[in-house]
Structure formats: structure tokens, C-alpha cells
Design a protein around this ligand. Structure first.
Ligand SMILES: Nc1ncnc2c1ncn2[C@@H]1O[C@H](COP(=O)(O)OP(=O)(O)O)[C@@H](O)[C@H]1O
Ligand SMILES: [Mg+2]
Length: 378
């Protein structure tokens, strides 16, 4: 019997888990590298390496098992990906793409150089005062950790000197380099997923995302925007992927500003929370197209299977119970798709799972999804 083709994933959280499910369905083997044992993705495969990319020996052992390597977040130092490439392994997205994305300042510079609209931004150095930054960006502005930020943990909204000092202190602790950008007054946040191989580009519908406490909470597909805005979003998303020489799957987050222009917030070189609805809402899920793109296979259709889909994240509410009782109530509704990631512990705000409803009336399924979410205790 011939050996199965093996896809390595750096990271073992829910994104890796859902990509693994898609890979296994297509007949591939998956190898997971994650810091701790029994990660959500690791539990699905018999190929789980425990440790991280900074361990040379482990990285080589992992690489040896993989035919192609991908990742579930942009926090892997691009130099470590270069080592994998140096071993002759194909890595998607490449170390070059990750280098351009993982530093939010470099990402914004790259997008701006390619004439993609982004908020005004500056690098923040320790000696910069609040007034110096405010004179360039206006007030308020958003202070951001250049690396390792997610779910808003790397951000601080700054309106005055005091908040600036506190923000610099808190965020520097997270990562030493900071940037700041102007605060965008937006009417809506939007996101677009793009899959790209050497041969083709496929774009998913433009969706609306609603953040609560800087964490994605609700996704409504498709976004209720004009045809022209939809076209603008699609063009900007594709140009963003090209700007970082991206091949694989990408999520592009955007603001629809109060003056009706599209401004890119940030991009992710991987499956994205705003694309979870595609599992049931589209002909081909973002996870399957992630695997197809990484493997250089033909991409599947990104069309929706019905008029609308709504996804709501199930965030930890600090109820430690993990039994079926915690989410049984979602199963009382036959049209609700429930996804539980299988994380060992819940904590307030942690992404524990999500629900998706597909239907022909966006308003109706949004109301239903909100009602179901309220009843779930995770
Ligand atoms: N320049 C900005 N203007 C207004 N809101 C912002 C800005 N930057 C970020 N935000 C808000 O904070 C959320 C999280 O910020 P983001 O930069 O996407 O960080 P993360 O990497 O944590 O997702 C955004 O989805 C948006 O709601
Ligand atoms: Mg974001």
C-alpha cells in the first residue's frame, strides 16, 4: 500500500482541528505540532508532536514526517519557517508571506505601498509622546502591539496622555515593539476570505463581522452592502493577498467607514473566524479550500448554498462544566449546527465553539442564533 500524503500543521487549536477534519475527509494524513499534548487538532490524529518550533531537533523530526506544511496562526517566527523551507519542504503560506504579515507595522507598510487603503499609522518608539502621535494621527488613536496580538489583547484605544502611558506599558509587556494608527469611525466591519493557488483565485462572499470586547462574536453572510462596495471589497482583498505574495487561504478584515470607504484593518494568512460559517453555508468550506490550496489542488466553489448564514462564537462564560448539558440546548433546534472545539479548560472570553444557522431569511436566523447562544453555558 502506498504511503498517504501527509500535511503538517503548526498549531493544534480549533482552526487546525477544522482543517484536519477537511484534510482527513480528502484522504490525507495530518501531523500536528503544538506546545501542549491533546490539543483539539492533536486529538484527531495519531501524529502529534509536543513542543514548539524553537526546538531544532523537534522541528526537523516534524518536518521529516510532512510532505507539505501549513499553519493555523501567524505567530510562528518566519525564520523558523525558513528552516523548514531549507529542508526542502513546501510551506504555505511561505516564510516571505508570514514575514510580511506577522509584524503589523510591516503588514501595513506593505499594503500601503501597494496602494491598498489602510488607516494612517506610525511606528511607536519609547521616546514618542502622546502629543507627537496625536498630532500625526488625530485623537483618539489605537495603540497596537506589532506582533502576537489576537482577540484585541494587543490593542489599546488611547484618548489622552494617561491612557497612552498605561497602554504603552501594558502592550510593551506583551511585545516590545508598538505601532499606532488612527481610529476609524466605521458603520460596519467586513471580512473576505480568499483562496489562492498558482492557477486560480477564489473569493468567498463579503461578510459582516460584529466584535464584542474586540473579539469576533457574530458573522452575518452575506453582508448587506451595495454591489459596488462588494466589488470594492473583493478587489481590495485580492490585491492584499497579492501584495504579500500569498498562496493558501487568507482572511482580510476591513472597515466600512462612516464616509462609505473601505479600509483594510488587517489580514490573516490562514482560515479565519469570519469564515466558519462556510462549513455549512458554502459549497466548499474555508477549511477544505485551505487544504486544497496548500496541496495545489483545484479549488472548490465558494458560493453559498442558501441566501444567508449566521455564525455566533461560543465564548467561555467561566462555567467549568464540559458535559453535554452545557450545550444540549443548541441541539433542541434541528437547524442549528453546533461545533465544540474540545478545549481542556474554559475561561471567560475563550473561544470554546460556535453555532451556525443557514437559511433564506438573514434577520430571522440572526434572531434565532442570538437566542440559542444566550442559553448555552460553556
Ligand atoms: N484603527 C481602528 N479603528 C477602529 N477600531 C479598530 C481599529 N483597529 C482595531 N479596531 C477594533 O478592534 C478590533 C480588533 O483589532 P485588530 O487590529 O483586528 O486586532 P486582533 O489582531 O486582536 O484581531 C477590530 O476588529 C476593531 O473592532
Ligand atoms: Mg482582527
Amino acid at each position: 500500500m502506498s504511503k498517504k500524503f501527509c500535511i503538517g500543521i503548526l498549531g493544534g487549536g480549533q482552526l487546525a482541528k477544522m482543517s484536519t477534519q477537511a484534510a482527513v475527509r480528502l484522504g490525507f494524513d495530518v501531523v500536528i505540532l503544538e506546545k501542549e499534548k491533546n490539543s483539539p487538532a492533536g486529538m484527531l490524529t495519531h501524529n502529534e508532536f509536543t513542543g514548539w518550533v524553537d526546538d531544532d531537533k523537534l522541528l526537523k523530526q516534524f518536518a521529516h514526517r510532512c510532505d507539505v506544511i501549513t499553519l493555523e496562526n501567524e505567530f510562528v517566527d518566519h525564520h523558523r519557517l525558513e528552516i523548514l523551507e531549507g529542508l526542502g519542504k513546501k510551506v504555505f503560506p511561505s516564510s516571505t508571506t508570514i514575514a510580511l504579515i506577522q509584524d503589523k507595522l510591516l503588514q501595513k507598510e506593505t499594503l500601503a505601498q501597494n496602494r491598498i487603503p489602510v488607516p494612517r499609522f506610525v511606528a511607536v518608539e519609547k521616546y514618542h509622546s502622546f502629543n507627537e502621535i496625536a498630532s500625526i494621527l488625530g485623537k483618539p488613536f489605537v495603540l497596537k502591539s506589532r506582533k502576537m496580538g489576537y482577540d484585541g489583547y494587543g490593542n489599546a484605544l488611547v484618548k489622552n496622555e494617561k491612557e497612552y502611558t498605561a497602554g504603552v506599558e501594558r502592550l510593551s509587556y506583551r511585545h516590545s515593539n508598538l505601532m499606532a494608527e488612527s481610529f476609524i469611525h466605521f458603520s460596519m466591519e467586513l471580512a473576505v476570505m480568499v483562496a489562492r493557488t498558482k492557477n486560480e483565485i477564489k473569493i468567498y462572499p463579503v461578510v459582516q463581522t460584529i466584535q464584542k470586547n474586540h473579539i469576533c462574536h457574530t458573522v452575518i453572510a452575506p453582508a448587506k452592502i451595495s454591489k459596488q462596495l462588494k466589488k470594492d471589497c473583493e478587489e481590495i482583498a485580492v490585491e492584499s493577498v497579492k501584495a504579500v505574495h500569498g498562496f493558501g487561504l487568507f482572511g482580510i478584515e476591513m472597515f466600512l467607514s462612516d464616509d462609505e470607504s473601505i479600509i483594510v484593518n488587517e489580514m490573516a494568512p490562514r482560515p479565519h473566524n469570519s469564515g466558519h460559517y462556510t462549513i455549512e453555508g458554502c459549497v466548499t468550506s474555508q477549511f477544505e479550500n485551505h487544504i486544497r490550496a496548500v496541496m495545489g489542488l483545484p479549488l472548490g466553489s465558494t458560493s453559498m448554498v442558501n441566501k444567508a448564514a449566521v455564525m455566533i462564537n461560543l465564548l467561555g462564560k467561566q462555567h467549568p462544566q464540559k458535559t453535554i448539558d452545557a450545550y444540549r440546548t443548541a441541539l433542541d433546534y434541528p437547524n442549528v449546527h453546533l461545533h465544540i472545539y474540545g478545549k481542556a479548560a474554559s475561561r471567560a472570553g475563550r473561544k470554546m465553539g460556535h453555532i451556525t444557522i443557514v437559511g433564506d431569511d438573514a434577520k430571522k436566523i440572526l434572531k434565532q442564533a442570538n437566542g440559542v447562544e444566550k442559553k448555552i453555558r460553556l
